[in-house]
Design a protein around this ligand. Structure first.
Ligand SMILES: [Cu+2]
Length: 469
């Protein structure tokens, strides 16, 4: 009897929860209302079966409960009942599956006039490509990937020269224009999904998957990765801005073409050496760093990392927090570099400096190396097993760098002094990672382990092609 009552309560609570649930589908923003239709249908069919089966069970328990002297009637076969049950189940399953097939057929049948755009997934960021004036995408291949060519476009393919490249997690799309979405992954399975669009498809390395969609309402929507893709999966976020077509066209015109991204700058190490004179006062003549000036070793860093930090210091993405005394100093100094060329030049020069050992601070680090080693396993995915840095992850070298400085940076990431600016995509990843180190002892331990890493390893294949951004 108790079980029968529990079943009835279960059915009641479930139905009430469904009706009064605060969690509903986000308001739709695409043409795929049909997907909501199939979801509704699934809820109705499975919901009906759930209620019917559980109530029948409760009824049977009550109606046929044990009575003194009553003997159960044994009836192992009942053809008529079996035919009925099989027929009803078949109809139920068909009702569940068949509409999905119709929707799927529409979903992969591209309209003639659809505008193409490509989503590129990699651990753990998104980027986007549009075919440019000629409407044709240039060829891509894994062998062309490099920091300077992150989309892997074939430099000799004329169709690719005018492709518009969006090296950012945020993309703008036109409202009420059918779009053919081409999905590409550089490493593992990912899945580009905007909940309001209702549709998604896996991105599979080595192939291009596609579907189409018409955004039906303007606004800014979150992009999520819906395929578990490693330690940073939950950080793989982006934004889609759906805008009127004119705004979209203007935005697209501002994105660089592949040819523009490949233009040689006038940046040179020789010009950088001139600029570096100012920097040497704090970072040392060889970029070896100076703990007295709180200035870290910068020799041995990847050029693209140096460039990004200098841009960030100059634009207030890094070093703007009032609590970031040292960052503020550096932000002030970054202004001596007049333009992008100067930044590129000084970064080229610093990257060309010999890898002198960092100047150690007076304070001893007494961290627990073996605990640090365990903690570092999380870091190795991005910073490399030997702390050599991995350019595709945009994660800088840690081994052989100023450990007193690295330790402050971890504190800063953890307290949000660094890496919380909304455009600081990579800093944000590091904020999440620094929170793994949830006591200040943990920071000491992981730094103690990093101190033991072999600095001679930085030329491993991961960094050899090295110019990430
Ligand atoms: Cu992913």
């Amino acid at each position: 009897m108790a079980i029968a009552i529990a079943l009835i309560v279960l059915v009641l609570v479930t139905v009430l929860f469904h009706i009064f649930s605060p969690w509903w589908l986000t308001p739709i923003a695409s043409n795929w209302g049909m997907i909501d239709g199939t979801i509704d249908l699934t809820v109705w069919v499975t919901g009906f079966v759930f209620v019917a089966v559980n109530l029948f069970l409760a009824y049977a328990i009550i109606r046929y409960r044990h009575k003194q002297g009553a003997k159960a009637h044994y009836e192992p076969e009942n053809k008529k009942l079996e035919i009925w049950l099989t027929a009803i189940t078949t109809i139920g399953i068909m009702a569940l599956l068949a509409p999905g097939l119709f929707v799927w057929a529409k979903f992969v049948a591209m309209p003639e006039d659809a505008m193409e755009f490509e989503v590129v997934g990699q651990q753990w960021e998104w980027s986007y490509r549009f075919p440019g004036e000629d409407g044709v995408f240039g060829a891509v291949a894994a062998r062309f990937y490099s920091g300077a060519n992150p989309f892997g476009l074939d430099p000799d393919d004329p169709a690719g020269q005018d492709d518009r490249l969006v090296a950012s997690n945020e993309v703008t799309l036109p409202v009420n224009v059918p779009l053919k979405v081409l999905n590409r992954s550089k490493d593992v399975l990912h899945n580009f999904a905007v909940p309001q669009f209702r549709v998604k498809m896996d991105m599979v390395p080595g192939m291009v998957t596609s579907y189409w969609i018409t955004p039906t309402r303007t606004g800014t929507f979150d992009v999520l990765c819906m395929e578990l893709c490693g330690i940073g999966h939950y950080l793989m976020r982006g934004r889609v801005v759906v805008a009127p077509e004119a705004d979209f066209n203007q935005w697209l015109g501002e994105q660089p073409t592949f040819a523009q991204t490949q233009e040689q700058t006038t940046a040179s190490a020789a010009a950088g050496e001139q600029h570096y004179v100012t920097c040497a006062a704090c970072h040392g003549a060889q970029g070896e760093g100076n703990p007295q000036m709180n200035s870290p070793k910068i020799a041995g860093l990847d050029q693209s990392y140096i460039e990004r930090q200098l841009h960030h210091f100059r634009s207030g993405v890094r070093g703007a927090s009032p609590e970031d005394t040292f960052g503020q100093q550096m932000a002030g100094m970054s202004n001596v570099l007049p333009d992008d060329d100067a930044i590129a030049s000084v970064a080229t020069y610093i990257a060309s400096l010999p890898d002198v050992p960092a100047i150690a601070a007076d304070t001893e680090n007494e961290g627990n190396i073996s605990r640090g080693k365990k903690l570092y396993q999380n870091c190795a995915v991005c910073h490399g097993d030997n702390g050599q840095g991995i350019w595709t992850m945009h994660a800088p070298r840690l081994a052989g760098m100023s450990s007193w400085y690295l330790s402050t940076q971890l504190e800063h990431f953890r307290s949000g002094i660094r890496g919380t600016h909304k455009t600081d995509q990579y800093g944000q990843q590091m904020v999440a990672m620094a929170n793994i180190l949830n006591d200040s002892k943990a920071i000491g331990d992981v730094i103690a382990y990093i101190d033991t890493l072999d600095q001679g390893q930085e030329d491993s294949s991961d960094t050899a092609t090295g110019r990430g951004n």
